[in-house]
Ligand binder design. Structure first.
Ligand code: 6R9
Length: 666
């Protein structure tokens, strides 16, 4: 939570009279059938039922959307207060069967994956039948490596079909996948492999992104030097580069899968058996292994895929998120495959070979739904409208995720990309919520640029006063965002640290799930997400903790103390500024500043690198030694006249020195 003296979320009353956009007529006219709900009345009716009678609502949906091997009797048990929530308790199923087999049986030639490689023109398509064969072979391989039900497998792969195949193979045999974003450094990978107790790691020889090669296997080798429990490493040959090899531990994917049959029976698991771990940043230095379980998570993915994105048979869905983050998990892999539609797996970047790349992919593959973070849209808007030449005539839904979307970016998305024919859905959710929680339903919900609009089924939001901890009822209110009821796809624990789970999410306001975000509810009940109220910063949609970056910095021998703050950035949403105090015997220099940035790249990954490093004589600290980041934020924002009372600092004179350092570097 926020440290003492931190300011709480800004109270900004939303001006009434913000434009409201209804689902575009042209979207409905071009629709292959019609949205799953006829209007807002239907949404309200179902929503009401989901809140007042969750047992009947979710029981019905779970039986409709998922295939169970054994039915459940208990829909929901446990509570937010006790942190023991379980859904569909006696139910048994297999996640891979739900994503692959049932579609492969019904319609084997339907395309499951369109792989668009980094180089335009490269790539391939996989049908559901082919996916089932490849996943089965890979399941055999993992079994032979000794992976058993409940074991964790670490996946360090770029955006290639094998990332999905690896995930599906794990869940086919009841193993738990722990995907680590392939932009993380060896140190970060090591920490996640150890924390998740993975014994097998899956990777590639190299990755290819934006025309550049990434030495994934080399990074894995570095990480594994300190992971004695890893017995096997499965390596997919992506580029054919020369790579280091450890005999007995490393195995080529293509050689191994060739040995095994093309069918492996799915293993039955319980609804509450873990499905995956995904590490995310919180207020403290150590990343949290957020644990999702099988039945509830799958239901959240399938339900939001259907209603938020209006997925229908025959749709081609393109989510630009990386499989290393939750967006890639739920909306590249699970939602589209659970619903049996085609998912586009894109290996590259929106800027390579030019700024038309996304639009060309959408056009070429007749994409019907596109989903991306505002940071990419800011980049592409800035590049110029002339890059948006592709017709993209099949687009019905344009999704936004990961950070607030500014009204002008929203309008550009709607007008220039969507030609006013696609419905823009600004979807709010988190790694911990598993699937969209506050979001419009495409084709149904009226939207206001910048607002994530209304709660999804089963989500009962509360705006809470951060000081009193009391819920603020009624409309036109501001506070922090919490949820009052458990929902199926909520995370069940932080792996190996349930106390941390309780303290971060469920003990902050007893009886509520606390999101960590500030939010407002306007006069019509629309929700406006204001951003994090804790020490989490959001750079290009990547969630980073200030404490984690500080911990990385002080690994450098020259740094005595470090404080990291997020500042508003036109392109990346927020950017990272680091303030460091040197140890005795070190002199300020450009070289040292570069080393500090490098230190963070090495310890976390390039995406966490500070944009600016200020070397200061000392940090502003209270007498008890707490670093006052609020003061640093104010100085960077040019609000030096609003620093408040600084006499409580152990050395108030330090503030002037920091101000002049910041000014000198401008
Ligand atoms: C899905 C994802 C979660 C944090 C969340 C919030 C921010 C996500 C947003 C949004 C405003 C939206 N966030 N979606 N803020 N509008 N539509 O991004 O998960 O990486 O765990 O980040 O992202 O601050 O708390 P994750």
């Amino acid at each position: 939570m926020a440290e003492a003296g931190e300011s709480h979320p800004k109270v900004v009353a939303e001006a009434h009279g913000v434009d409201t956009f209804h689902p575009p007529e042209k979207m409905l006219a071009n629709h292959p059938s019609k949205p799953h709900l006829a209007n807002m009345e239907e949404y309200k009716k179902l929503y009401e039922e989901s809140i007042t009678d969750p047992t009947s609502f979710w029981g019905r949906q779970a039986r409709q959307m998922l295939s169970w091997q054994r039915d459940f009797q208990t829909v929901r048990s446990g509570s937010l207060t006790n942190g023991d929530v379980s859904w569909f308790t006696e139910g048994q199923l297999n996640a891979c069967y739900n994503c692959v087999d049932r579609h492969a049986h019904k319609d084997p030639d339907r395309v499951a994956i369109i792989y668009e490689a980094d180089e335009p023109g490269d790539g391939r398509e996989l049908t559901y039948a082919e996916l089932l064969r490849q996943v089965s072979k890979t399941s055999w391989v993992l079994k032979q490596m000794g992976v058993r039900k409940g074991d964790t497998v670490a996946i360090y792969l770029p955006m290639i079909p094998e990332a999905l195949i690896a995930i599906l193979a794990c869940i086919r045999i009841g193993a738990v996948h722990s995907v680590v974003f392939a932009g993380f450094s060896a140190d970060s990978l090591r920490d996640r492999v150890i924390d998740g107790q993975s014994k097998v790691v899956i990777t590639t020889d190299e990755g290819k992104r934006g025309g550049k090669l990434i030495g994934t296997k080399k990074i894995v080798d570095d990480a594994l030097k300190q992971c004695p429990d890893v017995t096997h490493c499965l390596v997919y040959k992506r580029t054919g580069a020369e790579i280091p090899w450890t005999e007995g531990r490393d195995w080529w994917w293509h050689e191994e899968v060739d040995k095994w049959p093309a069918y492996y029976p799915p293993e039955t698991v319980n609804a509450e058996d873990p499905l995956f771990l995904l590490y995310t940043s919180g207020s403290t230095g150590k990343p949290k292994g957020v644990m999702h379980t099988t039945g509830g998570y799958l239901l959240g993915a399938a339900m939001t895929g259907k209603y938020v994105f209006d997925l229908h048979d025959g749709d081609r869905y393109f989510c630009g998120g990386d499989v290393g983050w939750i967006t890639g998990h739920t909306y590249v892999v699970y939602a589209p495959l659970l619903l049996g539609v085609t998912t586009v797996v894109f290996e590259g970047t929106p800027a390579y070979p030019n700024f038309s790349r996304y639009w060309d992919i959408i056009d070429k593959h007749k994409v019907t739904q596109f989903y991306v973070a505002p940071t990419a849209l800011r980049l592409l808007k800035r590049a110029g409208d002339e890059h948006v030449k592709a017709e993209m005539k099949h687009l019905r839904v344009l999704g936004s995720v990961g950070e607030p979307i500014a009204a002008e970016i929203w309008k550009w998305y709607f007008e220039v990309v969507g030609r006013e024919k696609a419905h823009v859905v600004d979807t709010y959710w988190q790694t911990e919520t598993g699937s969209n929680v506050i979001t419009p339903l495409a084709g149904v919900t009226p939207t206001k640029p910048g607002s994530a609009s209304m709660p999804f089924f089963g989500i009962e939001p509360a705006i809470v006063d951060p000081v009193s901890g009391e819920e603020i009822k009624g409309n036109d209110v501001e506070g922090v965002l919490a949820f009052k009821q458990p929902w199926p796809s909520m995370a069940r624990t932080v792996y190996g640290s349930h106390k941390r789970y309780m303290d971060t999410y469920l003990n902050v306001y007893k009886g509520y799930y606390f999101t960590g975000d500030g939010a407002g509810r306007d006069h019509q009940g629309f929700y406006w997400i204001r951003g994090r109220v804790d020490d989490v910063i959001n750079v290009s949609g990547h969630r980073l903790s200030t404490a984690e970056i500080e911990a990385a910095l002080i690994e450098h021998h020259g740094i005595a103390e470090a404080a990291v703050v997020g500042v508003a950035d036109e392109l990346t949403g927020q950017s990272i500024s680091a303030f460091v105090a040197l140890k005795d015997g070190h002199e300020t220099s450009e070289q040292l500043r570069k080393e500090f940035v490098l230190q963070v790249r090495k310890s976390i990954g390039p995406f966490a690198a500070p944009k600016t490093v200020y070397i200061v004589p000392d940090l502003p600290k209270t007498r008890s030694g707490k670093i006052m980041r609020r003061i640093l934020r104010k100085i960077l924002a040019g609000e030096e006249d609003q620093l408040g009372d600084i006499t409580t600092l152990s050395d108030p004179s330090i503030v002037e020195k920091i101000i002049s350092t910041v000014h000198a570097s401008k």
